[in-house]
Design a binder for this molecule. Sequence first.
Ligand code: AMP
Length: 467
Amino acid sequence: MSFDSLGLSAEILRAVEEQGYREPTPIQQQAIPVVLSGRDLMACAQTGTGKTAGFTLPLLQLLTAKNEVPRGRRPVRALILTPTRELAAQVSENVREYSRHLNIRSMVVFGGVSINPQMMKLRGGVDVLVATPGRLLDLEHQNAVDLSQVEILVLDEADRMLDMGFIHDIRRVLAKLPAKRQNLLFSATFSDDIKGLASKLLRNPASVEVAKRNTPSELVDQKVHFVDKKRKRELLSQMIGQGQWQQVLVFTRTKHGANHLAEQLNKDGITASAIHGNKSQGARTRALDDFKNGKIRVLVATDIAARGLDIDHLPHVVNYELPNVPEDYVHRIGRTGRAECTGEAVSLVCIDEHKLLRDIERLLKLEIPRIALAGYDPDPTIKAEPIVNGRQGRGQGQGGRQNSGRGRAPSSQNGDRSDRKESSPWGNRGDSKPRNANSQKPRSDRADKPQRRATYSGARRSGSAAE
Ligand code: AMP
């Protein structure tokens, strides 16, 4: 099938061609006709499948089909909500690329950066707005954005939004939208929570699914290397050096662990930066740019910071620590093997993590092949210690202690909160009472941070607490 047969305008097809896309991906083949027909859509597709173009291309087509020359301030006609700043930035970049030959204005708003330039730019009028929910609500509260004329709503990575406790914000945003609109919901999984949200949000939706639930890309070559925890860093450095890996995304469970590992790798002469929720947006963007441009070889990330990262031809993903939640493993390795490229995902597994590995393999219904570099056999005298909830005490960096300080495993809200600085008056938004007298403060400082997570049950939520 070619893009030409999908009914997209010449300007959009030109932009697609300039991207180098030869034919639509399966999600695009299925989603584009549905969106163009004006129907609501429930799409199950993971990042890396081409889902962004799957909703953006037809959305642009619908917005431009009327061929009206906009007069005065343009109202927001399409709203795309994403769970993280990085994903918002990427989606917005895609919207800009795909609309380059159209008379369409788009912009992105997310927290962690000053709200004023966003307010100024919104004043000029925007057709397509990409936003994280918290910052969008801040802007709406300050009358900087009018959502009453939204024709198309996209919830991107809806499952992750629920995991991150955004349901209250989503409800608040929905209340600001006109009742008559087209709704597109994209999610990597069809969990019961997602089905619940879909049943309230979507009207007679078409349903499309391109990847089996929790099936990692077959393009990813997965491996497990058993190794003692205290030797993980050494092994990682050796793998990077010996294999001459130039671009490696490494996952840790905690922000502290990410910082610590990046520091250690730099000491080993391997350029690395950490990316996680405690970093300023500027630092996150810089680290990501440096990684994409090849200025640094290793990006050490927590699960949420890496969610939705789109890095062309990323060849290597390393699970320096296994995630507490098996589904997060699927998301992590989904960073590689994207867009028809093959990739490799290596998990460094210490004795404490054997159960986590079993859970992952049970989910995948396969045994991940083992590899073993000479000289890194695990010490059989080391006993497994439980990975407990919460985080380890401050100053006890991972890798700095062997088989101790398990407290950092982030499977509880506490693990998240303690890393997040409790001082934010918005840290617990969704509670019936504000946490302190500062509650009138704009929420711009925590705009896309996870909030209360009490609403949705299940293991996925605990995984996201890692951030
Ligand atoms: P997404 O799932 O939207 O994050 O897209 C993943 C990657 O696939 C991005 O780098 C896109 O640029 C790329 N992509 C999207 N559509 C196509 C296509 N039809 N052919 C090749 N690559 C594509």
